[in-house]
Design a protein around this ligand. Structure first.
Ligand code: HEC
Ligand code: HEC
Length: 379
């Protein structure tokens, strides 16, 4: 308890008595710093790659120690800061029934309550950046070429220093770079009727109606004032099995109904992020659509899945779409690609000039209400 109070006082004294450091800029430097892994050479950017909307084009990412790798495909970090926190939500169905369902959280099984809880973890995972402990992270930050950007008091103690490193990563991922909303779909929503081709307009209709995509990858704004193309709910799509079984949400809730369920991702920039599904088992976007369309008609094509008992057969598996409709739907998914990612000339994209700065919309971010108390990092 005493330690907590001291920590709080020391943090309070620098955060309020000095000019606030530019956390988002520090976050960018941390994100791209290859000296924060053991052995050195791996940064966040090694797996969340610039040319792939900050996802990994490899099915699974090798760690800093290349003999080790994780079991999931690294997802895009575009819009990741807008994912709502992990929660058990009360949902009212159109017919009036009330159900409860898990929603949100970071990582594909929702195991990190929110982005702050997430960003500390890659440093210490043996199959990722592989640092021994928090003291080692703090020591490497003190040796970095951007150490002077931290308030001098913060450099003295490991706890406050690591806290600022995590907050800096969060602020960086909240910055306009990661939420440009400048895809053809956004322009279409804003009233520019020619932003979508005729094929894409037919695809939009399939997405909403015969394909049922919009039931989970929402087209309406929910927790943010632009659509994020996900309800952030959890489902088992019956992904083709690869390697050891992955229990997904079950590992977090312990409920057998949750075996093999993963959080629905945003479909923004999905064109740029093959391979697909939590285990990267499907190589191309067209094949994902073929899987949704005919999974249950062609079991031999897709092979076994980890947990057949919880697979969703109500919403997918036999959609009855023909090849032209698949093409239209595919073309529509390409309309979710941000323009600034397509014509990017440096590591990080340049968002449109009118993208609101974080400060002006800080209340809208999911972390605002429950993560600004510095004591939270001790959880
Ligand atoms: C060795 C590769 C690797 C490195 C290095 C790495 N990540 Fe990841 N990252 C992943 C993988 C794989 C996942 C998905 C894991 C899962 O869902 O269980 C992931 C997930 C995430 C997520 C959650 C996204 C979501 O949709 O839930 C965030 C945010 C993230 N990483 C940020 C970072 C940051 C910040 C760093 C640097 C401190 C970093 N990552 C370093 C591979 C990596
Ligand atoms: C019942 C909810 C639900 C419906 C309906 C649904 N999806 Fe999904 N979608 C998910 C979930 C959950 C995942 C993540 C599954 C996983 O990783 O195992 C996902 C993943 C995806 C992915 C892979 C994204 C990636 O980055 O790996 C694509 C593409 C996709 N969906 C497109 C669609 C399209 C197109 C439709 C309509 C034909 C659709 N979805 C309908 C829930 C749904």
């Amino acid at each position: 308890m005493l330690a907590r109070i001291f920590l709080y006082l020391s943090l309070a004294s620098f955060s309020f008595s000095q000019a606030t450091p530019d956390l988002a800029e520090i976050g960018r430097l941390v994100f791209t710093d290859p000296t924060l892994s053991n052995p050195p050479g791996q940064s966040c950017l090694s797996c969340h790659q610039s040319d792939h909307a900050f996802a990994d084009p490899r099915r699974v990412s090798p760690g800093a120690n290349p003999a080790l790798s994780g079991k999931r495909n690294a997802p895009s970090l575009m819009y990741a800061a807008l994912i709502p926190p992990f929660a058990y939500e009360d949902i009212l169905l159109p017919d009036g029934t009330e159900i409860f369902a898990w929603e949100g959280g970071l990582f594909q099984d929702g195991r990190a309550k929110d982005l702050f809880a997430q960003v500390s973890q890659p440093f210490f995972e043996a199959h990722e950046m592989n640092l021994k402990n928090k003291a080692e992270l703090a020591q490497r930050i003190r040796q970095s070429n951007y150490k002077d950007r931290f308030p001098p008091e913060a450099l003295k103690n490991d706890g406050p220093l690591n806290y600022l490193v995590y907050r800096a990563l969060v602020e960086f991922l909240k910055s306009p770079t990661f939420r440009p909303f400048d895809s053809p779909f956004d322009r279409y929503q804003a009233g520019e009727k020619n932003a979508l081709s005729l094929s894409q307009k037919r695809g939009l209709d399939i997405y909403k109606n015969s394909g049922g995509c919009a039931d989970c990858h929402f087209l309406e704004p929910q927790n943010w004032n632009q659509p994020l193309l996900s309800d952030f709910g959890f489902d088992n799509l019956g992904a083709p099995a690869i390697g050891k079984k992955d229990p997904g949400l079950f590992a977090v809730t312990g409920d057998p109904d949750d075996l093999g369920k993963f959080r629905a991702p945003s479909l923004r920039n999905v064109e740029l992020t093959p391979p697909y599904l939590h285990n990267g088992s499907i190589k191309t976007l067209r094949e994902v659509l073929e899987f949704y369309n005919k999974r249950d008609l062609e079991p031999e094509r897709w092979g076994v899945t980890d947990y057949p008992e919880t697979v969703n057969h109500d919403d997918l598996g036999n959609l009855g779409l023909n090849d032209d409709e698949i093409t239209d739907l595919l073309n529509f998914l390409h309309a979710f690609t941000d323009n600034c990612l397509k014509k990017k000339t440096s590591t990080f994209p340049t968002p449109p000039k009118n993208t609101p700065p974080t400060e002006s919309i800080k209340l809208n971010f999911p972390d605002y209400t429950h993560r600004l108390d510095p004591n939270f990092h001790e959880e």
